[in-house]
Write a protein that binds this ligand. Sequence first.
Ligand code: NDP
Length: 277
Amino acid sequence: MKRTDKPSMAGILGWPLGHTLSPAMHNAGFRSLGIPCVYLPFPVDAAHLRDAVKGIRTLGFIGVNVTVPHKKAVIPFLDRTDAMARRIGSVNTIVNARGKLTGYNTDAEGFLRDLSDGGFSPRGKIAMVLGAGGAARAVVYALHGAGVKKVLVVNRNENRGRRLAKTVRSGVFVPRKEIARRLPEADLLVNATSLGLQAGDPSPVAGIGLPRGLFAYDLVYHRTTRFMAQAKKSGCTVRGGLGMLLHQGTRAFELMTGMKAPVEVMKKALLKALAAT
Ligand code: NDP
């Protein structure tokens, strides 16, 4: 009997957990493969995180996703973490294998799968990454692992940006005032800051000319941001973060179920859930 043959649960832990698209995406995947599992949102605050993680074992969940603000805080409560999650320092997926909890980070792989869907291959290219938070770390490790020649890291908090750039051999820290000078050498520009999350947020590169032909990627997935609009106007190829969200989810689904994710079904469910927000 496979782990996914008996009725089980999965879900997402976060706080505050507003509207999340993950249940729609995962439940569609379970239904399509006939897996008797239900995926639910679990709003859990920091004070109850340890108990919630214990509950994954006690209640025999197949796994959970983890979102802000617990991606780092959850690590001490797990039995182990995979190499990528350790490098990034954050976990977005926990898999329960016979009571042993392993933490993974599927954001890096989700980003790479979506870049590939968008027709961009990072090998040998130069990328500029804006931001040095959890998502930017995943992007920088993903790009480094995929063989970029150089990854230029820009961040408002320079110390944080410098620290991130130093963690990979291809990393180079670039101060914000140098963006315009360094941008012409880049093939890929990634907005991994939280600018764009709120309507009306400025572009992180407002007022800076973007070279035509640049591939501009914004991790924000639920709206056309000013960064995306600016890039489109400049003649860049533009891609939002919806595909990254899809693929971090399909990878998490595969880790939890041990089965190949029905990507098209999950994508359709994600788009439908997004349209309903
Ligand atoms: P963090 O809070 O960890 O990091 C935020 C980053 O944004 C930091 O580098 C911060 O700089 C920078 N920042 C915040 N405000 C400003 C500002 N006003 N000007 C310039 N820089 C700013 O967030 P995450 O890394 O978790 O998330 C970043 C974005 O990525 C969010 O929009 C999130 O929704 C998105 N995301 C999308 C995913 C997807 O699947 N598409 C997956 C994960 C995240 P500083 O260090 O100076 O504070």
